[in-house]
Design a protein around this ligand. Structure first.
Ligand code: GTP
Ligand code: MG
Length: 384
């Protein structure tokens, strides 16, 4: 016969036994009876802290000790922006991180003609584990040069405003175009790099990118790349092609063999068809711009003054530079990078769309629009 004492011992042993068995077989049970949890129950926080303010326990978080791929290109993102562009900047950058750079961790270089403010820096730094640098543009690289005849420039701007040319009355816009055309690649912070990816505020990246486009460019001897190509507003570049022709006539030795002149001109170079690669997206070689040919070309254009007497954009200037000083096969179309800068977008099709898990509509790709210059690019290769 069981005494009450023995009876109590048997019950206790059964409870302990069950606890051990269930602890081993059930994660949930183990969590509930864990010391940490019991402690939480006993020492629950002061009632004036709402429970949602307690941080989620670390055990719920995924810990991936991600390391960037070993082989990397010498490359950085370049972001020219104003302090007031911050909301568009973080939108573009967050997408860049999520779609690509979380895996690759390429550094960012931000450039501005005034100091970036603390709020700007703070919001940018929150977004990435990669290195981020903030650079100040030297005034002599940014401001309208003293050789420009201000009276002539003012008259030109006023005329453009009357003609409703977009940004026609803006000096800062012209400074920006000239800076992007001829100076950004000389900035101290970009000196260590060979390639850059230009990012602008408020753009959209539609697809995941599961390879390194910088390495692709480097390994395959590509110098310039694009996703969108279209004609420039003729009112912004009325004398640009005259200057290009004058430069070519005096510098035949600098023009690449197998260049992409037929992308720019429908008549062998006589006239400009206004086609250009849209430079708000660029992955390109910094050394292409730093080289003798483009340096002399930019100096020639700068002396002609069309950045201020007209409104030459960095897109046609870069495009003409790339088309003339690189071989056509050194210019790459990044079909698998879904990209939008208002009001146009490139969206991959078929297998590329699927591989990139793209969320854009392939039927709404500017490539097939009558206005697109993509077909001129394709024609470069149609007879070779
Ligand atoms: N620091 C600085 N950056 C500028 C200035 N103007 C433009 N930018 C930057 O230069 C790039 C091109 O300027 P945008 O205003 O986007 O020019 P756009 O693409 O021709 O025209 P949008 O259709 O307005 O986008 C962007 O990265 C801007 O943030 C400026 O005055 N200072
Ligand atoms: Mg823009």
């Amino acid at each position: 016969m069981m005494t009450p004492m023995r009876y109590a011992l048997v019950v206790l042993a059964t409870v302990i036994g069950l606890h051990i068995v269930v602890s081993y077989s059930s994660d949930g049970y183990r969590r509930i009876v864990s010391l940490a949890n019991l402690k939480k129950q006993v020492f629950h926080p002061s009632p004036d802290i709402p429970p949602y303010k307690l941080s989620i326990p670390d055990e719920y978080r995924i810990h991936t000790n991600w390391t960037a791929p070993e082989r990397r290109a010498s490359a950085a993102f370049v972001f020219l922006a104003r302090n007031g562009d911050i909301n568009g900047v973080v939108s573009s950058m967050k997408q860049m991180e999520d779609r690509f750079n979380k895996k690759f961790r390429y550094p960012y270089v931000f450039l501005n003609e005034v100091h970036f403010d603390e709020a700007f820096k703070e919001r940018v730094l929150e977004l990435t584990d990669a290195d981020v640098q903030f650079g100040l543009i030297p005034p002599e690289h940014w401001n309208q040069p003293p050789e420009i005849d201000e009276k002539k420039a003012t008259e030109a701007r006023e005329q453009m405003v009357r003609n409703r040319v977009i940004y026609g009355g803006s000096v800062p816009y012209r400074n920006m175009c000239r800076y992007n055309s001829g100076f950004f690649y000389r900035h101290e912070l970009l000196k260590p790099f060979k390639y850059y990816w230009r990012v602008e505020p408020g753009v959209t990246y539609f697809c995941d990118l599961d390879y390194d486009p910088f390495l692709f460019m480097q390994d395959n001897d590509k110098l310039y790349s694009f996703t969108l190509a279209l004609p420039e507003y003729v009112a912004t570049v009325p004398t640009l092609w005259d200057e290009v022709k004058a430069f070519m006539a005096n510098n035949t030795d600098l023009i690449a063999r197998d260049n992409a002149m037929d992308f720019l001109s429908n008549d062998g170079g006589l006239t400009y068809n206004l086609c250009h690669f849209w430079s708000n997206f660029e992955i390109a070689s910094l050394d292409l711009w730093r080289g003798e040919a483009y340096s002399k070309f930019f100096d020639h254009l700068d002396k002609a003054g069309g950045f201020y007497y007209e409104r030459w954009g960095d897109a046609p200037v870069h495009s003409i530079g790339a088309a003339l000083f690189a071989r056509k096969d050194q210019i790459h179309f990044f079909d698998d990078i879904g990209y939008r800068h208002e009001p146009y977008q490139h969206c991959p099709k078929g297998e590329s769309h699927k591989r990139g898990k793209c969320y854009c509509d392939s039927n709404q790709s500017f490539d097939y629009h009558y206005y697109s210059c993509k077909k001129k690019f394709d024609q470069l290769f149609s007879s070779s």
